[in-house]
Write a protein that binds this ligand. Structure first.
Ligand SMILES: [Zn+2]
Length: 367
């Protein structure tokens, strides 16, 4: 279609622009800040998966493993309507597949033969899966503290796994390996924001616009993607409102909370929520702006709460990972304030990758 002939890279900070199909940039080549991708859009859903929203994407991947079109489970609890979006049922077990499907297709189309990515876990599995799908060789750099199940799955999917002492080292080590390889850079990549925006489109089509979204914030791809998706629906006059955001971070890594509320002194830890252990998200300024503008609350969670919530979710039939349970902690914290509302809870990652990692909380007995 004509409108997709020239999507552009755009730097909102310095104004740098280039054709998307000219060269790949994982960050602005002029000022070093995160880029956006701009292109014409039209809300015209057709078909299944993320391809259902081809008219809202800069391009449509040619291969799929069924990413998107995840179930929405509706429960009436405490006088509210809770919409559980089962993102953990994506092909590699996390919402990251929506962005990865776009990113790796782009890397393949532009001519790369190998991919490389630094990750706390889920994105590595996703990158390994989609790289293999397009015949590219994946290298995944993960902290050695990542859940064993995640590391095993990266290897099983045929990726070369490089382990580093921690997540921050993974983010610096990757720079030794990016020459001549497609650096996915999901914490920077706008493809992951576009990918996550399709969650907003699916929720809108199935249940309308919720009053609130409870969203875990790590690198920020999910919160930025959701808000971008809802804002685009309003801009295109498809919807007339956007939800208020309830952000969730852990005590061990809470840069957004600190930017909004000031520094904290706490002995509490939250490393069970490995998926949101991101200390320096490249898009921090954008996340903080979005939370200032559309945020209702930002909640901090600790390991004990996460573990309790995880087992409560198991008992409700949701086999999620600890990072997703952080959302349930936040719901319980604010449930009386938002009583009578419709609340979206994205459940982001599968518990099958982390099931062997944690013993149940003390005194736990299944209902
Ligand atoms: Zn720039």
């Amino acid at each position: 279609m004509a409108e997709y002939e020239s999507p552009l890279w755009l730097c909102p900070y310095c104004g740098f622009k280039d054709s998307l199909w000219n060269t790949y940039y994982w960050k602005c080549p002029r000022c070093g800040k995160p880029l956006r991708v701009i292109y014409e859009k039209d809300f015209n859903p057709s078909g299944r998966g993320i391809a259902r929203y081809s008219s809202m994407l800069p391009f449509t991947p040619t291969k799929t493993r069924g990413e998107g079109s995840t179930p929405l489970v509706v429960e009436r609890i405490n006088g509210s309507i809770l919409l559980f979006k089962l993102e953990y049922l994506n092909p590699s077990g996390s919402f990251k597949d929506r962005g990865t499907a776009l990113s790796i297709y782009y890397g393949f189309k532009i001519g790369y033969l190998e991919t490389v990515e630094d990750t706390s876990g889920n994105t590595g599995i996703s990158v390994a899966l989609y790289s293999k799908l397009y015949g590219l060789k994946p290298i995944v750099i993960m902290p050695k503290t990542a859940p064993k199940g995640k590391k095993a799955l990266v290897r099983a999917l045929g990726a070369e796994l490089v382990e580093t002492p921690d997540r921050s080292t993974a983010a610096t080590e990757v720079h030794r390996l990016i020459k001549d390889r497609y650096y996915v850079a999901h914490t920077w990549s706008y493809f992951y924001i576009i990918g996550a925006s399709t969650i907003a489109f699916e929720v809108y089509e199935e249940a309308g616009i919720p009053d609130y979204v409870i969203v875990p914030i790590g690198s920020g791809g999910l919160v930025l993607g959701l808000i971008h998706g809802f804002l685009e629906l309003v801009r295109l006059k498809v919807a007339s409102k956007i939800p208020r955001l309830i952000g969730v971070q852990g005590y061990s890594a809470c840069p957004v909370y600190q930017a909004l509320r000031g520094s904290i002194v706490s002995k509490k830890s939250s490393h069970y929520a490995d998926g949101i252990m991101v200390l320096n998200p490249p898009r921090l300024n954008e996340i903080v702006d979005v939370m200032k503008k559309y945020g209702y609350e930002i909640v901090l969670v600790d390991n004990e709460e996460i573990l309790d919530a995880l087992y409560e979710l198991y008992n409700m039939g949701f086999i999620v990972e600890p990072t997703s349970a952080a959302v349930w902690v936040a719901y319980k914290r604010i449930k009386d304030k938002v009583k009578g509302s419709t609340i979206l809870l994205p459940l982001t990652g599968s518990g099958l990758k982390t099931l062997i990692e944690r013993e149940p909380p003390a005194g736990y007995s299944p209902i």
